[in-house]
Design a protein around this ligand. Structure first.
Ligand code: ADP
Ligand code: SR1
Ligand code: MG
Ligand code: MG
Length: 450
């Protein structure tokens, strides 16, 4: 019998818990004599225990009702564990090669038991800080994103299936609200949680709060809908011209985080949400999963690779200037998007006459219109990904949660130089994302910001 009410686990209570759950105790052959148990959680939110003996292993991840990195003062639903379990199962079904197997879930205890990703698996971000190349990373992440996004979108599913699942994941509202706050709001206002490398970035942090054009773009990413033909936009455009801005929106833009249920997204797909070896890429930690814009996942991965790139000069030393490594990161960025685009459109072509209700075959029934539709879809997705990726870069430099890529640069002046380069690049990408026609142009822009 598992525990009848919630309680945070510690090493000893964890063993009692495991004894009561056959799905877990069988993994270690019911042998509790030489058991190794260690809490290894280094993320912002949860507690993760490795449980291991000579017969086998697993990890237990438990959500407590607060944000771990801040403490009990920042309450956070432990129901996030339920959505993480749901998403692990669904993404594991769609892409088993890149998602750890789930052994057990206990909603009362907000606890997931899953495969222990044994060494040499390490968190990708740590590998990027150490300067390790992962030759299959782009291929694996493109595969993971193409499959999990395509098969949960209306390109593959009926609107009935889609609405049923959208409704289920709407329950993850608290996690979405956390993202809304820390990604789309706090960096653009004074917030008690914001921090940056002071005094070096004081002016840059203030400039973000005063950059009206940037704030307008961030509003679009979060929730505003701009359509050049709508009267609302006309009024806005007039007001902005009066303020001295000139804005040109050539297309209808869709990216909105809060309102666009495009696919089941991971919701936190940065480089600490995957564990890697040279041969293996495993995506973990989908507790922010919900039906949202695909570009939020793609942007999270690409944006965090750009952060890794911008941090490399801070990790360079005489014997290793990291120049070759920076080239590998750029190639990984380019390959990821190109491979993703290729795999995603191949899935679309393969299932064109399936149940997906976005583009009914009876209407989109000739090669010309199919090509047009696909080109428009992928262009919009590319621009969404750039916008979200840039917003996620900005939040990691001036918001509450920073990244090891920069934090591990001990010299504050050196760190600030890297961060400022990343911040300026992110602002350019965010504001001008619609001008970029392909990922090669983004790579050029990254090089130009040296
Ligand atoms: P959080 O939600 O707090 O960010 P994560 O799921 O990212 O938690 O896990 C925190 C850490 O625990 C990871 O950085 C990794 O070191 C370790 N970890 C998580 N899941 C596994 C796993 N399946 N196998 C091995 N280590 C894991
Ligand atoms: C308090 S913000 C914590 C952050 O960590 C998670 O991994 C998410 O990125 C979240 O925004
Ligand atoms: Mg994590
Ligand atoms: Mg997490």
């Amino acid at each position: 019998m598992a525990f009848s009410e919630f309680r945070p686990l510690h090493d000893n209570s964890l063993i009692d818990y495991v004894k009561s759950v056959p799905a877990l105790s069988s993994k270690i052959a019911n042998d509790f004599d030489n058991l190794f148990v260690k809490e290894v959680g280094d993320g912002n939110l949860n507690f993760v225990f490795i449980v291991l003996n000579s017969a086998g292993s697993f990890v237990i991840k438990q959500a407590l009702p607060y944000v771990r990195s801040i403490g009990e003062s920042w309450a956070m639903t432990k129901e996030r564990s339920y959505f993480e379990w749901l998403a692990l199962k669904e993404k594991g079904r769609l892409c088993p090669e890149h998602v750890p197997e789930v052994y057990h879930f206990d909603r009362t205890m907000s606890l997931i038991g899953m495969r222990y990703l044994e060494p040499p698996h390490i968190i990708l971000r740590k590998g990027l800080v150490a300067g390790i190349e992962y030759p299959l990373l782009a291929e694996h992440m493109a595969d993971f994103m193409a499959k999990t996004l395509f098969f949960t979108s209306l390109l593959f599913r009926t609107t009935s299936e889609h609405k049923r699942d959208v409704a289920e994941y709407c329950g993850n509202v608290e996690m979405c609200r956390l993202t809304e706050q820390v990604v789309f709001s706090d960096p653009y206002k004074v917030s008690e949680y914001n921090r940056w490398t002071s005094p070096y970035l004081d002016h840059d942090a203030e400039a973000l709060r005063e950059d009206n054009l940037l704030k307008l773009e961030v509003a679009e990413l979060k929730s505003k809908y701009y359509d050049q033909h709508s009267s609302f936009t006309a009024v806005c455009a007039a007001a902005i011209v009066v303020l001295g801005f000139f804005l040109l929106y050539k297309n209808i833009h869709f990216c909105r985080f809060c309102e666009r249920a495009q696919a089941l997204i991971h919701g936190d797909l940065h480089t600490s949400s995957m564990m890697v070896t040279h041969e293996s890429t495993q995506v973990i930690d989908p507790e922010f999963a919900f039906y949202g814009p695909m570009g939020y996942d793609i942007g999270a991965f690409l944006g965090n690779l750009i952060l890794a790139y911008c941090s490399q000069d801070g990790h360079a030393y005489q014997a290793n200037d990291r120049k070759a490594y920076k080239e590998w990161i750029l190639k990984t960025i380019e390959d990821t998007w190109n491979l993703f685009q290729h795999k995603f459109t191949a899935l679309w072509d393969e299932h064109r006459n399936g149940a997906g209700e976005a583009y009914l075959p009876a209407i989109y029934n000739n090669p010309e219109v199919q090509l047009l539709v696909q080109k428009k879809y992928m262009t919009d997705l590319f621009h969404d990904s750039l916008g979200f990726g840039a917003a996620k870069m900005i939040r990691r430099i001036v918001g509450v949660a920073h990244v090891e890529d920069f934090e591990s640069i001990a010299d504050a002046a050196k760190r600030a130089t890297c961060e400022k380069r990343a911040l300026d690049l992110a602002k350019t990408i965010l504001k001008e994302r619609r001008k970029f026609e392909g990922i090669a142009e983004i790579v050029s822009a990254i090089r130009k910001h040296e």
